[in-house]
Design a binder for this molecule. Structure first.
Ligand code: HEM
Ligand code: HEM
Length: 187
């Protein structure tokens, strides 16, 4: 198993973080979109706390992912038209930015709303902004809008990956998947 990224494919660490974060974002989307409608009570409080704790974990994993990318380097972009490579890099940059901005806007919203923030009941996290109803409304809107922008960009990003796989029949999707490996990849 190769941990670092090579000239031909993403290494195990980048692959693991990519798919783990996708899984956690799906869980976060379900929690976020359903928890507001729960009847008031202990289950609602617990679900909000879970959403916040997983969200902070996603933020930490994204920072780890960026550190790893800086250390291990990205797998080089594949050949293809210049505009296509530019679009892919742009989409990846936007995805990184959104994946930091969404949890940070949630944390800022929580701070402005004057709610405590405890990570899985272990320790408290500090306030990002002072308690303020106007800031609360701004960060609430931002949290929701950024999420829907993420949905749109991820749909385009996944459609591009599937087009590479099924139409262009190149290795773009496979080099992000752990169980596909060609002889060329071993070198
Ligand atoms: C990857 C990270 C995250 C994702 C994908 C995410 C997604 C969402 C979504 C889809 C909603 C529903 C929005 C709506 O319709 O009102 C939501 C609500 C919420 N999120 Fe997040 N969230 C993330 C991280 C966080 C973090 C880190 C916090 C706080 C520390 C947080 C706090 C909240 C709160 C308090 C609400 C409820 C807002 C309300 O009561 O209307 N989120 N989130
Ligand atoms: C929350 C959802 C997702 C996020 C935030 C995300 C984010 C990213 C980012 C930032 C990169 C670039 C890695 C880098 O340059 O460091 C990437 C690469 C990639 N993603 Fe995603 N992704 C998501 C979902 C998906 C899905 C659903 C698929 C496939 C159906 C997919 C397939 C790929 C592939 C194949 C690559 C490698 C592209 C290449 O080698 O040039 N991603 N993803």
């Amino acid at each position: 198993m190769q941990l670092r990224n090579s000239n031909t494919r993403w290494g195990a660490v980048s692959q693991f973080l990519h798919w783990l974060i996708l899984g956690l974002v799906l869980v976060m989307a379900v929690l976020g979109l359903t928890m507001t409608d729960l009847p008031n009570g202990i289950d609602k409080i617990k679900t909000y706390a879970l959403h916040k704790s997983i969200g902070i974990s996603v933020l930490a994993l994204m920072l780890l992912r960026l550190l790893w990318r800086a250390f291990a380097g990205p797998a080089p972009t594949l050949s293809g038209p210049h505009w296509q490579r530019r679009m892919a890099s742009l989409a990846h940059g936007v995805l990184y930015a959104l994946m930091l901005a969404i949890p940070l806007s949630g944390w800022a919203f929580n701070s402005a709303a004057n709610f405590a923030l405890r990570w899985f009941g272990w320790f408290n996290l500090p306030r990002l902004v002072p308690a303020d109803p106007r800031l609360k409304a701004v960060f609430h809107e931002a949290h929701e809008w950024l999420f829907w922008i993420l949905v749109a960009v991820v749909v385009l990003h996944a459609a591009a990956a599937l087009k590479h796989h099924f139409v262009d029949r190149d290795g773009v999707l496979m080099r992000m998947l752990p169980w596909f490996r060609t002889k060329k990849d071993e070198t």
